[in-house]
Design a protein around this ligand. Structure first.
Ligand SMILES: N[C@@H](CCC(=O)N[C@@H](CS)C(=O)NCC(=O)O)C(=O)O
Ligand SMILES: [Zn+2]
Ligand SMILES: [Zn+2]
Length: 191
């Protein structure tokens, strides 16, 4: 059986709703689950192949997107949350009992500061923006996927309409470089 890219991607992409305005996420604990309430749709939702983003069991990729941090609050069992890696740019808050990552927050000066990273599959609500692209695809090699499989993995994403990148999409890379340039006081030249 072909490995799963991600349950939200394997059988084709279900479009979200532009009028959707948020919902609740829950971890996988059967008792006392951590609950997060988000008063916004997600943006820049995408598959991520990096080793740091939370993936459902059996999936090669995470699906992760951003919401304004002011739109997110922990509404039950917050005491079960721990930060996975305090040195990472993204402070990923995981349930210490089931391991699910509820949200990732950037505290340091960064292009994406002010945004929280979430996994919409943790929600039963329907309408979240669908994945837009796949990023950090080559990173799956670092977690044990044979490099020979990479062309097939990229083809599967393309077959469901998702472009693939080995870092982030051009839009997001441009945002990061714009932030870096502005911090350095670079004045943009007209071509
Ligand atoms: N190849 C590395 C890439 C890790 C990486 O750079 N991840 C990206 C995408 S989530 C990132 O922005 N990381 C910042 C962080 O993890 O805090 C891996 O798989 O671990
Ligand atoms: Zn849990
Ligand atoms: Zn990632």
């Amino acid at each position: 059986m072909a490995p799963s890219l991600h349950p939200l991607i394997d059988n084709g992409i279900n479009p979200g709703s532009s009028s959707f305005s948020g919902g609740k996420l829950q971890c996988h604990c059967t008792s006392d689950p951590v609950e997060v309430t988000v008063k916004s749709n997600v943006a820049h939702n995408h598959a991520c192949g990096c080793s740091k983003c939370w993936k459902p069991s059996g999936a090669l990729f995470s699906v992760v997107g951003v919401v304004p941090r002011d739109a997110l609050s922990v509404t039950a069992n917050a005491s079960k949350l721990v930060v996975v890696d305090k040195d990472a740019t993204i402070q990923r808050n995981a349930c210490k009992d089931c391991g699910v990552h509820l949200f990732g927050r950037i505290e340091k000066d960064h292009a994406f500061k002010g945004l929280d990273f979430i996994h919409v599959e943790l929600s039963n609500d329907k309408g979240w923006q669908e994945p837009q692209f796949a990023g950090f695809v080559s990173s799956i090699i670092e977690q044990g996927t044979d490099p020979k499989e990479l062309p097939a993995v990229r083809s599967k994403f393309q077959a469901v309409g998702l472009p693939t990148y080995d870092v982030l999409s051009p839009d997001l890379m441009d945002l990061i470089s714009t932030f870096t340039a502005q911090k350095a006081g670079i004045k943009f030249a007209n071509l």
